[in-house]
Design a protein around this ligand. Structure first.
Ligand code: GLU
Length: 661
C-alpha cells in the first residue's frame, strides 16, 4: 500500500499552514496526558514497510562506529545477553578504542525499547522510582524510555564560572560529574541479563592486551586538545612531533584503564563514585584531583590563569542517572521517538519534521526529491526556525520549565512553519517564538531563557551506536565526553610517593554545553534556561531516536554524533527514509545538509548535489563544506522479524549481524 501523503503540496499563508498543522500533523510529548491536538483518526494510517538493507539476520544486529566496539556488542549477544547488555559492553569498549569520543569520564543517552517478547533480564513490571512507573511511556507494544547519564554541574557551580577563563573548554571547570558508570550499572541491573563483570570483559581485554590502532584512531589521536596535558600528549601523540598519533596497526594498550575497569567490574559503580581506599577504590580521587586542572592561557590577549573545577566527593556520590520518557510525534504516519530534555534533540527534530510535513519532500515531479534546490531550501528554513526556538526555550527540564507541549503544539508549529516559503529565504533571520500560550499546562511564572551555545562540528567527538537483539529489544545510544578528548586530561592524582597515578580515562568538558556566561530571557528578563545551575545537566543536542510503525512496531533505531548538527543528521536520515524511500544504508550514505542557528549559514557535505548548492546561493545562503555526523542504525521488518544494520563510512562504521555468516 502506498504511503498516505498527509499534506497538500504547497501552502504559503499563515492561516492555511496553521490549519494544516492543527489538523494533519500530530506530535506529542510523551508526558502529554491529553491529546487535544491529535487529529481524530478512524483507523490506523497505513505506511510503506521500510525496505530491507543489506543481509538479513535473526539473532541480533549491532551497528557501531568502530569495529572493536561492534565485536564487543556482538559477543554479548552471542553469550545470551540482550540489547542492553550489548550496549553497555560497546560503550565500555569504545572508551578504549574511541577514547576521544566518549567513555566513563562522560555520559550520554541510552534509549531503550523493550519489545515485550522476552529477553528483558531482570526487569519487572512493578519497577518504580521513575516516571515510567505511571505507565505513561508504554506503547501498544512494549515500552520506550531513556536512561539519562548526562553529566551534572557540581553543587558549587555558578552561572558566571566560565567568565574570564581562557580556553574554558580545556579547563577543569568544564568537567561535569560523569554519569556513564552509574547509568550502565542501572541499565544492567534493571534491564540486562548479564553481570557487569561479564559485560566489561571485552573492554578490559582491549585495554590490557591492546588493539591494533585503526586508521581513524591513528588519524584523530594527536590534536591540539589531546595535547592539553603532558600525560595525554604522551598517550595520544607518542611520536613526539605534536601532529601524529600512533601509526595505524601499531598496538595500543591502556593498562591504567584496564585496572580502572577491573575495579568497576569487581566492586561495582560505587568504586567509581566513592573514594574507598581500603578497597582500592581510588577512582573518585582521580576524578576530583583531575578536574582541578587549570592551565594559563590568553584571554583578550592577556595571559590569564586557568580555572579548576569545584567537584567534590559529595558531588560524585550524589550522582544519579534519570529514567526519562521520550519526546514523540508523527511524520508521514510513522511515529518518531527521540530524546527529551535535557536534550534539545527530540523537540527540535519534531518541530522541523512538523514544519516540513506540508511539503511533498519526496516528489521530484513537483521540484522536490532528494538533493533538489527546493528540498534543500525548505530543509534549511525549517532548521533555522527550529534552532531559533532551541536557542531560547530548551534546557534541563528538571530545573527550568521547558514548554515541551507548546513547542510541539500543532497550531504553534504551524504558525512558525508558515514563514517557510519555497523559493525564498527568511530575511531577516527568524526570531524565537513564544510557545508558552500553547502549553496545555498553562504558563509558568518563573520562566527563564537562554541563548545559543557554540556549535561543534562532527569531528572526533561523541559516538552513536544501535543494537537490536533476538527478542526485538532495541537500544539507540549516543555517548560523549563533549569535545574531542574532553579537557585533554586523564583522571588521576599524585600519590604520596610523588608518583603519578593515572586512571586511563579522559575527563569530559560537558559543562561548556551550558551558556558560558549568564544570559537573559528576552521575553521575561529572567535567567537563561541553559545557564549553569548546581546539579543541573547542560543542554544537549544528542538525539538517539527510533521510528515506529503507526501500530507501534519498532522499525529503526538511529542517531549520530556532531554537536548541534546531530539533530540535522537525524533529520536528513529521516527524510531520506520516509520521503525519499532510500534503504537504510543509502539514507546514511547520502550527503547531508545542516544549519544550526537562525542564520543563513548552511553546511553541506562535499557530495551534496551542486545544483542544490547553487540554488541555495542564489537565494542568499552562505555555504560551507564539512562532513556531518556518523549515523549507526538497525532496522527490523515487523512482517517477518528480519533484522538489518547499516553504518556510516564517515567513521569506521561496522555492522555485525547474528548468526554470523
Ligand atoms: N556534547 C554535545 C551534546 O551533548 C555532543 C558533542 C558532539 O557531538 O560533538 O550535544
Amino acid at each position: 500500500m502506498p504511503p498516505r501523503v498527509l499534506a497538500p503540496h504547497s501552502a504559503s499563508t499563515v492561516a492555511l499552514a496553521a490549519l494544516l498543522a492543527c489538523g494533519l500533523i500530530a506530535a506529542s510529548h510523551a508526558d502529554e496526558g491529553d491529546r487535544r491536538h491529535e487529529p481524530a483518526r478512524a483507523a490506523p494510517l497505513k505506511v510503506d514497510p521500510l525496505p530491507p538493507s543489506g543481509p538479513a539476520f535473526s539473532k541480533g544486529v549491532v551497528s557501531v562506529a568502530n569495529p572493536y566496539g561492534a565485536e564487543a556488542g556482538a559477543r554479548m549477544l552471542e553469550q545470551g545477553g540482550n540489547a542492553i547488555d550489548a550496549a553497555v559492553a560497546i560503550a565500555y569498549a569504545l572508551n578504549v578504542v574511541e577514547p576521544q569520543s566518549a567513555g566513563i569520564g562522560g555520559g550520554g543517552f541510552m534509549m531503550i525499547h523493550l519489545a515485550g517478547r522476552g529477553g528483558h533480564g531482570r526487569w519487572h513490571h512493578d519497577d518504580d522510582d521513575d516516571d515510567d512507573k505511571r505507565g505513561k511511556h508504554r506503547g501498544p507494544r512494549g515500552r520506550t524510555f531513556v536512561i539519562d547519564t548526562r553529566e551534572k554541574a557540581p553543587a558549587a557551580a555558578t552561572p558566571d564560572m566560565f567568565v574570564g577563563v581562557p580556553n574554558a573548554s580545556l579547563q577543569g571547570v568544564a568537567v561535569g560529574v560523569p554519569g556513564m558508570v552509574r547509568g550502565s550499572e542501572l541499565a544492567l541491573r534493571r534491564f540486562g541479563r548479564l553481570d557487569l563483570s561479564d559485560v566489561l570483559v571485552p573492554a578490559i581485554t582491549l585495554a590490557d592486551d591492546g588493539f591494533a590502532a585503526t586508521p581513524r584512531y591513528a588519524l584523530v589521536s594527536c590534536n591540539a586538545r589531546s595535547q592539553n596535558s603532558p600525560e595525554s600528549t604522551a598517550v595520544f601523540c607518542p611520536n613526539g612531533n605534536g601532529t601524529l598519533g600512533p601509526v595505524a596497526g601499531t598496538l595500543v594498550q591502556n593498562k591504567p584503564l584496564a585496572e580502572t575497569l577491573r575495579l568497576i567490574a569487581r566492586h561495582g559503580a560505587d568504586c567509581f563514585y566513592r573514594y574507598q581506599p581500603a578497597k582500592g577504590c581510588d577512582i573518585a580521587k582521580g576524578i576530583v584531583e583531575g578536574q582541578k586542572f587549570a592551565k594559563p592561557g590568553l584571554f583578550n590577549g592577556v595571559v590569564t590563569p586557568g580555572k579548576g573545577g569545584s567537584m567534590t566527593y559529595d558531588d560524585l556520590a550524589a550522582y544519579r542517572p534519570a529514567l526519562r520518557g521520550v519526546t514523540q510525534g508523527s511524520y508521514r504516519g510513522y511515529t518518531i521517538k527521540a530524546m527529551s530534555p535535557p536534550s534539545s534533540g527530540g523537540l527540535t527534530l519534531l518541530q522541523m519534521l512538523k514544519m516540513l510535513e506540508r511539503f511533498p519532500i519526496g516528489d521530484a515531479t513537483q521540484g522536490y526529491g532528494f538533493g533538489s534546490a527546493k528540498t534543500a531550501n525548505v530543509m534549511a528554513e525549517a532548521m533555522r526556525v527550529a534552532f531559533a526556538d532551541r536557542s531560547i526555550w530548551m534546557g534541563d527540564a528538571d530545573f527550568v520549565p521547558v514548554p515541551q507541549r507548546g513547542l510541539l503544539d500543532g497550531t504553534y508549529v504551524g504558525l512558525r512553519g508558515a514563514a517557510i516559503v519555497p523559493g525564498a529565504r527568511i530575511d531577516p533571520n527568524p526570531l524565537p517564538g513564544d510557545p508558552r500560550p500553547y502549553e496545555t499546562a498553562g504558563l509558568q511564572s518563573s520562566t527563564r531563557l537562554a541563548v545559543a551555545e557554540p556549535v561543534t562540528g562532527p569531528g572526533e567527538t561523541t559516538t552513536h551506536f544501535s543494537v537490536v537483539d533476538r527478542w526485538g529489544n532495541m537500544v539507540s545510544f549516543t555517548n560523549t565526553i563533549e569535545s574531542s578528548h574532553g579537557i585533554g586530561v586523564f583522571a588521576g592524582y599524585t600519590r604520596d610517593d610523588g608518583m603519578r597515578k593515572s586512571h586511563g580515562f579522559l575527563l569530559n568538558n560537558e559543562l561548556t554545553d551550558f551558556n558560558t556566561a549568564p544570559t537573559m530571557n528576552p521575553f521575561t528578563g529572567g535567567p537563561g534556561y541553559n545557564d549553569v545551575q548546581p546539579a543541573k545537566r547542560p543542554r544537549s543536542s544528542m538525539t538517539p531516536a527510533m521510528i515506529f510503525s503507526p501500530d507501534g512496531e519498532p522499525l529503526i533505531a538511529y542517531g549520530s554524533p556532531g554537536g548541534a548538527t546531530i539533530i540535522n543528521s537525524v533529520l536528513n536520515v529521516t527524510l531520506n527514509l520516509l520521503d525519499h524511500k532510500m534503504t537504510l544504508q543509502e539514507a546514511i550514505n547520502a550527503p547531508r545538509l545542516s544549519v544550526t542557528s537562525a542564520t543563513s549559514n548552511v553546511t553541506v557535505e562535499a557530495a551534496y548535489p551542486p545544483a542544490a548548492v547553487e540554488g541555495l546561493r542564489a537565494l542568499g545562503y552562505t555555504i560551507g563544506n564539512a562532513d556531518i555526523g556518523s549515523v549507526q542504525a538497525v532496522l527490523v521488518d515487523p512482517r517477518n522479524g528480519k533484522q538489518y544494520g547499516a553504518a556510516d563510512a564517515r567513521r569506521e562504521g561496522t555492522v555485525i549481524g547474528l548468526p554470523r555468516r
